[in-house]
Design a protein around this ligand. Structure first.
Ligand SMILES: Cc1cc2nc3c(=O)[nH]c(=O)nc-3n(C[C@H](O)[C@H](O)[C@H](O)COP(=O)(O)O)c2cc1C
Length: 327
C-alpha cells in the first residue's frame, strides 16, 4: 500500500499514463484487474484553459475506475496552475508530465524539455501545489540526454516545492524507448527523497514488478507497455505478492475481455473511432495464439464494427476450441 498525501492506495500497482492508449475504456478494462490507481493520457494545460472541447474529453471518467490521476503537460507555471485548479473535481490526484519525448511537445517547451530548466520545474510544481489541495505527483525521465542526467536534482526540487510523490522512467529523452530502463536510478532517487517513489520502465512480467520493488526499494510499480493486450499482468503482479502464480489466460478469457473492451469503447466513443483505435488492442489480445498473424490482417482491414466483432469472435472462439481439444 502507498500513501500519496492523503490518498491511501489499496496496493502498489499503478497504470501508466499513455497518450493514445490510457483512455477511459482502456482504464476501465485495466482497472477491473486491480491496479490501485490509473492515470489519464497526458492532457494539455493550454488546451484546457482555452476550454478546448477535445482536451476536456480526455477528462471523461467513470466511478468504477477511481481513484483517477490526471496528468497535465505544459511549459508555463501559471497555465499549469490554472489547469490544476480546473481539474480539481475530475480526479483524485494531479500529475505533472516532465518526461514526454515527442518533438511537438518538446518544441513547445513542455514534457521532457522542462528537465532542461530545473528552476522552471520548481516554479511549476510550486504553482500547481498552491492551486489545488489534490495530491500532486511529478513524472520525470532521467534527464534530457546522457550529458545532462539530472533526475536527482529535479526530484529534490519537486520535493522541496511540494510534490507528494515522484515517478521516474529511468531513460533520458534522447534514449526514447531504446536500451534498458536503468532501475539503479530509481533506487538512487528513492534513497535521495523522503517521498514515495514510483518506478516505471520495462515491467513486462509479474517477476519484473517484484524485482523492481526489491532491487530499488520503490513504493510502487507502473505498468505501461507490458499491459498491452495483457491486463492479466496486473492480476499476476498482485497474486505474486501473495506468493501465488496464476495460469495464463486462455483464448476464451481473452475473447471475453476483448469483446468487453470493444463494447465499452464503442459506447464511449462511437463506431468510427472504435474501428480506428481498437485495431491495435485487438491485435495485442491475440498475441501468442495460433493464427494471430491472419487475424491481425483481417482486423487491420476491417472497416465496420460488425466486421471487427465477427472477426474477433471467430478467431478467439476457434483458438479456444483448439485449446480445449489440446487439453
Ligand atoms: C504509447 C505511449 C504513450 C505514452 N504516453 C505517456 C504520457 O502521456 N505521459 C507520460 O508521462 N508517459 C507516457 N508514456 C510513458 C509511460 O508512462 C512509461 O513511463 C514508459 O512507457 C515506460 O514504462 P513501460 O516500459 O512499462 O512501458 C507513454 C509511453 C508509451 C509507450
Amino acid at each position: 500500500m502507498i500513501q500519496i498525501a492523503h490518498l491511501q492506495l489499496q496496493n502498489n500497482i499503478i497504470l501508466a499514463p499513455m497518450a493514445g492508449i490510457s483512455d477511459l475504456p482502456y482504464r476501465m478494462i485495466m482497472k477491473s484487474f486491480g491496479p490501485a490507481l490509473v492515470y489519464t493520457e497526458m492532457v494539455s494545460a493550454n488546451g484546457l484553459i482555452r476550454a478546448g472541447k477535445r482536451t476536456r474529453q480526455l477528462l471523461r471518467s467513470a466511478p468504477e475506475e477511481r481513484p483517477l490521476g490526471i496528468q497535465l503537460f505544459g511549459d508555463d507555471p501559471a497555465v499549469l496552475a490554472e489547469a490544476t485548479a480546473m481539474v480539481q473535481g475530475d480526479g483524485e490526484l494531479v500529475d505533472l508530465n516532465l518526461g514526454c519525448p515527442v518533438t511537438k511537445v518538446v518544441r513547445s517547451g513542455a514534457g521532457s524539455a522542462m528537465l532542461r530548466d530545473p528552476l522552471k520545474v520548481g516554479r511549476a510544481v510550486a504553482a500547481m501545489r498552491r492551486a489545488s489541495a489534490l495530491p500532486l505527483t511529478v513524472k520525470i525521465r532521467s534527464g534530457w540526454d546522457s550529458q545532462s542526467v539530472n533526475f536527482l536534482e529535479v526530484g529534490r526540487i519537486a520535493e522541496a516545492e511540494g510534490a507528494d510523490a515522484l515517478i521516474l522512467h529511468p531513460r533520458t529523452r534522447a534514449q526514447g524507448f531504446g536500451g534498458k530502463a536503468d532501475w539503479g536510478q530509481i533506487r538512487e532517487l528513492k534513497k535521495a527523497l523522503n517521498l514515495p517513489v514510483i518506478g516505471s520502465g520495462d515491467v513486462f512480467t509479474a517477476q519484473d514488478a517484484q524485482a523492481m520493488l526489491e532491487q530499488t526499494g520503490c513504493d510502487g510499480v507502473m505498468i505501461g507497455r507490458g499491459g498491452y493486450g495483457n491486463p492479466w499482468l496486473i492480476r499476476d503482479c498482485l497474486a505474486l505478492q501473495q506468493g501465488e502464480s496464476l495460469p495464463a489466460p486462455g483464448a476464451a478469457q481473452r475473447l471475453e475481455v476483448a469483446l468487453r473492451h470493444l463494447q465499452w469503447f464503442q459506447e464511449i466513443f462511437g463506431p468510427r473511432k472504435t474501428v480506428r483505435d481498437m485495431r491495435k488492442h485487438l491485435c495485442w489480445y491475440s498475441r501468442g495464439l495460433a493464427g494471430a498473424a491472419g487475424f491481425r490482417t483481417r482486423i487491420n482491414h476491417a472497416e465496420t464494427l460488425e466486421e471487427m466483432n465477427a472477426a474477433t469472435r471467430e478467431f478467439f472462439s476457434a483458438a479456444a476450441d483448439e485449446q480445449q481439444g489440446a487439453a
